[in-house]
Design a protein around this ligand. Structure first.
Ligand SMILES: Nc1ncnc2c1ncn2[C@@H]1O[C@H](COP(=O)(O)OP(=O)(O)OP(=O)(O)O)[C@@H](O)[C@H]1O
Ligand SMILES: [Mg+2]
Length: 371
């Protein structure tokens, strides 16, 4: 019978380190609450130094929290060493056993757990098939490519069927093409396995494509914990909005003249919030417009000029000059505007964000109609 899937819960988790330069204590992770649902694929995302690895190492048991409690299912696990947690970690360096062949590397954890020989053979065969390494059982690990080694490392950690599988930037050593292939494999592996995946990355595209939920952190503090598309279209604050999406969101200073009229770059527009209760109290705000919502079309009410055109095949990023500011627009297909060519633009969609300039929190989201 398959084991019941288990999730992880963090309650008020903090980790304090000492800054080696100043000798002062600081929070590497601060007061984090997180519920990682059983069977989910959670990515810990954020810039370098924001506390992703520290958070993962605490959940995996390689570090102990200074404050708070971590649960696996309903069991508090702060006091358990990593080997007592029914979890497993894929290390960035793969940490394969160099004098063992592929089969023995994958079988290693099962042998330690004294799984019967027949079952080891069956499980290793099945898992190697899953990572598409059938027929490579006898190869030594130094005869494998980086991507193949990576798959052995993942197979080895999956073989004992851990409740939770941890990965810290496991694809960062691979080239772009292999990385993209491995993403596809990881997603398949996740749906075929019975495990919960917790995955650290600083690559927003990787987090967007893999995760069922993204945990976005900055300076040790959780900023937003939501499914990727929610993080993308309803960012909690300016930091989140800026970190996710490429090309990045346009941030434009604006004034709210009455509760529904917004003035920016010499343009007046009517803002209609999706939720009528979300009236804007601030007068100084930042408009957040994703490049796909700043469109170029004949007859558009915004008169601008083309600053630069960057085609990338399926789509083109156009930098549009408007009142001496540059705004990014993404249009489908290959288009080439002349430098300084006059163009007409519009703002579309109902996912235009308004951030409070002072707190940078998102205060509203809705439609913006140029007057
Ligand atoms: N053992 C340690 N002693 C002191 N400070 C530490 C220690 N480990 C990490 N830090 C600091 O804690 C903060 C968070 O580190 P962490 O490794 O969790 O970041 P990260 O988000 O994984 O970054 P990266 O993307 O660069 O791997 C950083 O400021 C780091 O310098
Ligand atoms: Mg790290």
């Amino acid at each position: 019978m398959e084991k019941e899937k288990k999730g992880v819960r963090l309650e008020h988790i903090s980790k304090i380190y000492q800054d080696p330069k100043t000798g002062k204590d600081f929070y590497a992770v601060k007061d984090t609450d997180l519920v990682i649902e059983p069977g989910s694929f959670v990515t810990l995302l954020g810039p370098s130094g924001c506390g992703k690895t520290t958070t993962l190492r605490m959940i995996a048991g390689f570090e102990s929290p200074d404050e708070g409690e971590i649960y696996l299912g309903d069991e508090p696990i702060n006091a358990l060493t990593p080997d007592k947690r029914d979890t497993a970690m894929v290390f960035q360096s793969y940490a394969l056993l160099p004098h063992y062949n592929v089969f023995d590397n994958v079988a290693y954890g099962l042998k330690l757990r004294k799984v019967p020989k027949d079952e080891i053979k069956e499980r290793v065969t099945r898992i190697l098939k899953l990572v598409e390494l059938e027929g490579m059982e006898g190869r030594m690990t130094n005869q494998l490519s980086g991507g193949q080694q990576q798959r052995v490392a993942i197979a080895r950690t999956l073989a004992p069927k851990p409740q939770v599988l941890f990965m810290d930037e496991p694809l960062s050593n691979l080239d772009a093409k292999l990385r993209s292939e491995m993403r596809t494999e990881l997603k398949r592996l996740h749906s075929d396995s019975n495990s919960t995946f917790v995955y650290v990355t600083h690559d927003q595209l990787e987090a967007m494509t893999l995760a069922t939920k993204i945990c976005l952190m900055e300076k040790g503090v959780l900023q937003q914990y939501d499914p990727p598309l929610t993080v993308y279209s309803q960012p909690a604050n300016r930091f989140v909005a800026d970190f996710v999406g490429n090309p990045t969101m346009n941030f434009i200073d604006a004034k709210v003249t009455d509760s529904s009229t917004v003035e920016f770059l010499g343009i007046n527009a009517r803002f209609t919030p999706n939720d009528p209760k979300q009236t804007i109290n601030a007068s100084e705000v930042i408009l957040g417009i994703r490049p796909e919502f700043f469109t170029i079309r004949d007859g558009g009410k915004i008169k601008a000029t083309a600053y630069s055109t960057l085609p990338s095949g399926m789509e083109t990023t156009v930098k549009v000059k408007l009142a001496d500011e540059l705004v990014s627009s993404v249009v489908f297909g290959a288009i080439d505007y002349r430098v300084d060519q006059p163009i007409e633009c519009d703002i579309i969609g109902d996912q235009i964000c308004i951030f409070d300039k002072e707190t940078t929190k998102r205060v509203s989201i809705g439609k913006l109609e140029v007057l």
